[in-house]
Structure formats: C-alpha cells, structure tokens
Design a protein around this ligand. Structure first.
Ligand SMILES: [Zn+2]
Length: 98
C-alpha cells in the first residue's frame, strides 16, 4: 500500500527563485541569477533558495551586496554573499536576548 505524505523540501528544489527588485518597480526585465544557492536565515528556519539580482540599466549597477541590503537582508559577507539574515530574524533574536 502506497502512503502519500508531504515531504519537506527547499524552495530551490521546487524551482523557486527570489527576485531582488527595486522597491516600487515592476518585475525585473534583466534578472541576473546568482551562480550559487543562498541561505536565508528567517524566524522559522534556514531557507535555501536561488536569488536573482536586478540587472536593469536604471539600477545603475548596484552591487549584489547593496541590493541585498535594500531588501533588508544583511549579508554575512560583502564579497559574493551566500548567507543572509532577515531583519525579522534579527529583531526576534534581539527580543529573545533581553
Ligand atoms: Zn531589474
């Protein structure tokens, strides 16, 4: 007898890519996918997902690190960031540490 259950998997395994767009703009016309998967530290768990950076000309070549910071995801490293922590996770950590 075959049992059917949901299996936990990452967003990246489902083919999802998070687009880092400029706030108040439409979807990006020139997405630049990151070569590596990114780890996002959120309040519930670590999420492994592919991130697409904005390559639009009006973006004026903002660095990957700057685009991540504008998305309120402080990166663990400034060179080729692969791990970020959301402001929500940082706020939760701050509340729990007092
Ligand atoms: Zn764009």
């Amino acid at each position: 007898m075959e049992q059917k259950f949901f299996e936990d998997c990452s967003l990246q395994e489902l083919g999802y890519a998070y687009d880092l767009d400029i706030p108040n703009s439409t979807s990006c016309s020139y997405p630049e996918p990151s070569p590596d998967n990114s780890t996002i530290i959120y309040v519930d768990k670590l999420h492994h997902v592919k991130v697409s950076f904005c390559g639009c000309p009006f973006n004026m070549g903002k660095a990957c690190c700057e685009q991540i910071m504008l998305n309120k995801w402080p990166p663990a490293m400034t060179e080729r960031p692969k791990t970020v922590c959301t402001f929500c996770a940082l706020e939760l950590f701050h509340m729990l540490s007092h």
